[in-house]
Design a protein around this ligand. Sequence first.
Ligand SMILES: [Zn+2]
Length: 381
Amino acid sequence: MSYRYKIPILLLIALAAFWTVSVSLPGLTLISGLVISGAAVLAYFFFPWKVPVNTAPRREYKKPEPPKSVEEAHKQFEELTSNQCQPQLGALNFMVTENSRALDHYFPIVKMLSEPEIESFYQLVQHIAEHPNFDIQLIGSNREDLTSRLPIAACYLVAGHLAETFFFRQNMLQRFLSMPRHFQLYTTFEAFHQDGGVKGGCYNPNRECIQLVLARLFEGFNGATPGVCPFLHELGHMLDHFDAGSGSMGRTEGLYPGLSPRDGEVFNPKARDLFIKGKRLELDRYLARHNGDFSQPIPIGSPYVFQNNGEFVAGYFEAFFRNPNYIASQNQDLFDAYVELFGCDPRKAWKEDFPNYVKKNREFYLKGEKPPKAGLTIPED
Ligand SMILES: [Zn+2]
């Protein structure tokens, strides 16, 4: 049970006890009130307010025997996920051959790397996949631990998204992997919901883990270029919770590692200044729309990402890796903040952006509908 629920329950029990004594023994009302208040004060001071850090070590993940054919690999997925997950041929080929280049389609970054760099990229993916603090699990119905059956393609996709995020900033990756990092994948949507997963995927701050259905790892990769990437969105949330200064997972502040002065050696003041400027411009444009002023350019993100700082960093993080040309054309400061922070300009890998998000968001704003209230704050300069 979450600590957030334990406190109101404690208060309810105290009140119920007080009421019971008052009704049954009216003469003792004052004494019982004092005793119960004393107990509540003691509980207040001794109650552990901070959720303990989840330092559970990595579950043993030994990669399963490689399937003998693509058909066999496909069958493994079918059986494991009750047919919910249909991975692309690239992933199935990788399971059979273990040739990393079969995964190129999942990582647009390879389009902007030289051959030797691509080799180091896949070495980094393997390094992450085998890192003792990279804790990846597969969970089935009724919370059954199926990690030993996790297809290696899924493990490498998760490790690969981390590698593409940090390839040019490996000092940040080192900080990130200085403590156990948890990724919980689910065989089916039912299994995901049974284990407390919310929406289409989530970052769970109590467990310090990303929870995602296996099928969603492969969701945006059926077209000629990669599309939606729910994992990158959830990684944006996870990075927001990551405190690069201490290496632990903490409260969300709406900042990526490197943007807070408390981030120690990975703090990047230039990226912070650009991020603040860029975020302010996005918020101003959103507020203009909200207040009925249609003379300003429209914001990049959908109203969903303006509801709070967490959704803003998650939404724009994914967009940076899918719509870099659009972001750069609309908000140069914000785009430069990401380039400065992650050390790469993804426009080199994207002649044309993935159009879906851009189109949907533009359509919404250009309809002239009033977007809901924004819940964003701007960090102080
Ligand atoms: Zn989100």
